[in-house]
Design a binder for this molecule. Sequence first.
Ligand code: 5AD
Ligand code: SF4
Length: 443
Amino acid sequence: MPRKNLHIATFGCQMNDRDSEIMAQLLADDYQTTDDPGKADTVIVNTCSIRAKAEQKAFSLLGALRKYKKIKPEMVIVASGCVAQQDGRKIFSRMNHVDLVIGPQSIYRLPELLKQTKEKRKKTTSTEFIKSFTIPPFLPTIKNGLPHKRFVTIMQGCNNYCTYCIVPYVRGREISRAAEDIVAEVRHLVDHGIKEITLLGQNVNSYGNDQKGKLPNFAELLRQVAVIKGVERLRFTTSNPKDLSDELIDCFVDLDNLCSHFHLPVQSGSNQVLKRMNRKYSIESYLERVEKLRRARPDIALTTDMIVGFPGESDDDFAVTMNLLETVRFHASFSFIYSSRPPARSCEFTDTITDEIKSRRLACYQARQKEITMERHQEYVGRIMEVMVEGESRNRDGQWCGRTTTNHIVNFNSPERLAPGRMLEVKITEACFNSLRAVRVVD
Ligand code: 5AD
Ligand code: SF4
């Protein structure tokens, strides 16, 4: 049994979730995880810097750890993730109780860096981007983590430089992982009972572009993974619409285990704004992709990310964003107020929008999206759908929770206990704002 305690707090996206799992696994020989930072010998704060608010949250947690370190001076505090990459050594001057700062590329060196920090009793930083960096082969442990579904990282970084986005600065250039390693990791997971795999990257559609000729493209990789026996459900995230190829759309025709959900961030409904965001697609081409996807897989559920209040966004620009909602009728949106993130280029744009207008636009967008989501949910009432069991609902006895191929959460009663990952049919009886209600179809 490992004798020491590790607490990891994770902010941000699924890439960070996966990185936290990897760090926990790398330290598993010596550490068991604890939910209580006060009981920990080592605390890792895995930070996100996508918007100013996320960064503030990370710093406020790091600040709160000071009191534990005062009581227990031998405690080691690690800042990892995107804020760590961005601020490097500067974190020590703001938070002098932090011992180790590591960027996303350095997580695989965590055991060695931690040892060094403790032995030398010296603050350590590892945030350099190494040109020759490759994501090492890595087989996840089965006992830690969900028993039925897992993320598999296929690439790191991003080359797109959307003008609002800090990711290329903190996650570096795109580096694709070897296809054999991805396939080996998926095989290992399904051999141990995992049923659903989500392939993960900042921009999965450009998988392989950094090593053209040596690696398959994303559609080819998807096909290689889909045929692995035991992969009952396959998902991926995230995609930039500019790289969404016909070849990838064809996968939705051919691959039965590829789920009927596509998260396709559009960011704005206005061509003018998209241009200044450096998104490299027009609304017309976005709509053409949506139409093709719906032809390939008529039941596909589309979700998106939207930014309101980007510099220069006029009332007319916002009005066309609202029109896009009516045209596409996304099943759900993640919508955000624009946040200036130096050194991302838009921080230099001077035609900023007032906070009041930004908030008003966000409220307007979210209110309409909420109605559309509800209308979309109502379309499912009366239908029989297959769900993969997630587990028991937290708040109600005898209630179970599952997920459809379209990524909707469904709550239903079951007198018998159900194992996560079990597939069963339910009949949808009611639409709620965040989920669907159903009854089991007894076979
Ligand atoms: N301001 C607001 N939202 C942002 N996102 C990325 N950068 C910013 C920013 N500077 C949003 C985008 C992206 C999602 C992960 O976060 O919508 O798709
Ligand atoms: Fe950021 Fe654009 Fe890359 Fe997405 S595609 S991570 S929004 S730069």
